[in-house]
Every structure is written in C-alpha cells, then in structure tokens.
Design a protein around this ligand. Structure first.
Ligand code: 5RP
Length: 227
C-alpha cells in the first residue's frame, strides 16, 4: 500500500490474472519480477494445460519448479507462442524499460523468440517518455570504464549496481538522466558499444499487449499490427 492508499501489489496481481486468458496449451515464456511472481502462482492453478515454461531467470525457474511447472531449455523448444513479463516503464507504443530485476538479457532473448509478448504491470509504469526509471545495461566487467565514458558523452549518469552479478556473470550499470525520445535509435546506438551485453530498452521488440492493473480494473493496450 503506498501513502496515497493505492495497493500496487493488488494492481500487479490483477494484471497477472488478466494474462491467464492468453495462455494456451503448450510451452510458455515466463519473465521475472514481483508482477510475474503473481503470474507464476496463478499459472500453477492451470498447470495441467502447461507443458512447461522457458524462464528468463534463475529466480523464476526456482519458483516455477517449486510449483511443479517444468522449466525447459529455449534451444529445445524453438519458437514460443506467448511470453509474459513485467516492465519498469512502458510508453503508449508499448516500448519498455526493463531490467530492474537484472534479468534483462534473458528477458530480451525470450521476448525475441516469442510470437506474442504480453506485458503485465501496475498503472504507475505507464509514462509519456521512457527514462525516468534509470536505464539498466548489462555489461562485460572489463568494459565498464569505456562504457561509462560513452554513456556520459550521451548525457547519462551511469551507476554501477553494487553487489549485483547477473545470472550470466556480468555487471549492471543503471543510467540516470537519459531522455529517451527515440527508443529504437538509442537501443541500436547503445547495442553498438563494445562490451554492452544488453540494453534495457525493449523497443526493437516491444510488447504486443500491455495489461495495466488500475484502481478501475485492468486496462488493455495493444500495439498496432501486433500478433
Ligand atoms: C526484471 C524486469 C521486471 O520485469 C521489472 O523490473 C518489473 O518488475 P516488477 O514486476 O517487480 O515491478 O525487467 O529484470
């Protein structure tokens, strides 16, 4: 419950519940975070329809397995029909900032391998312009000072996420102060810096559907031309 009296945890649960309608028989891609944790818990209730899940993090894998949902290797599965994941920010074009939980690289891989990406979030995540949330970037540790300098040239203020190692053994820079008015362009530009493993802008492959938990129920936003 926040000081304004809004129970954001309940709004996350609402969005997660709404995502269940997209689940069909077969294998499902599952993201990471507190909103997705609600989704995993609800998925367990329909697990007879779910053959297994491709997971975007060790944390989600542990939760899935504890609830009796088999975790499968993406290489064995190939394409997925559905990926469900949360976001730190979303704009109206369903471009996202992700990586607050540090799982952005695997999240981007699973999103890219999925025909439909359903994003679940509470209403506070919808923004006019991405960038108030510090942009997470997963980096190879030896390139940290090089990448820091390049990000500063772009007007960002990168901060090393202290005491954090990704599931891939890398570090995260959280970049403050970027104006992300061209998410696709910035995602491409940052992808080109040597040593960058993954940028937390999901604009080249945005979400197809955004389910927002609001105090007035679940709001559905769909991307034009999406599957
Ligand atoms: C993890 C993510 C999460 O989807 C994002 O941080 C949102 O988390 P939450 O559902 O806890 O608000 O990108 O890397």
């Amino acid at each position: 419950m926040d000081p304004g009296g809004i129970d954001y945890n309940e709004l996350k649960r609402q969005a997660a519940r709404a995502a269940l309608q997209f689940v069909e028989d077969g294998v499902i891609g599952v993201g990471t975070g507190s909103t997705v944790n609600h989704f995993i818990d609800l998925l367990a209730q329909v697990k007879d329809r779910v053959q297994g899940a491709v997971s975007s993090s060790q944390a989600s894998s542990l939760r899935l397995e504890a609830l009796g949902i088999p975790v499968l290797d993406l290489n064995e599965v190939g394409w997925l029909d559905l990926y469900v994941d949360g976001a730190d920010e979303a704009n109206r074009r369903l471009e996202l900032i992700k990586g607050g939980g540090g799982a952005l690289t695997r999240e981007k891989i699973v999103a890219a391998a999925s025909r439909r990406f359903v994003c679940i979030a509470d209403e506070s995540k919808l923004v006019e312009e991405l960038g108030r949330f510090p942009l997470p970037i997963e980096i190879i540790p030896m390139a940290r000072s090089l990448i820091t300098a390049k990000l500063q040239e772009l007007g960002g203020r990168p901060q090393l996420r202290q005491g954090f190692v990704t599931d891939n053994g890398n570090q995260i820079l959280d970049v403050h102060g970027l104006h992300i008015n061209d998410p696709v362009g910035l995602e491409k530009e940052l992808n080109n810096i040597p040593g960058v493993v993954c940028v937390g802008i999901f604009a080249l492959r945005p979400a197809d559907v955004l389910l927002l938990g609001t105090t007035e129920g679940v709001r559905v936003l769909s991307r034009e031309g999406a599957a």
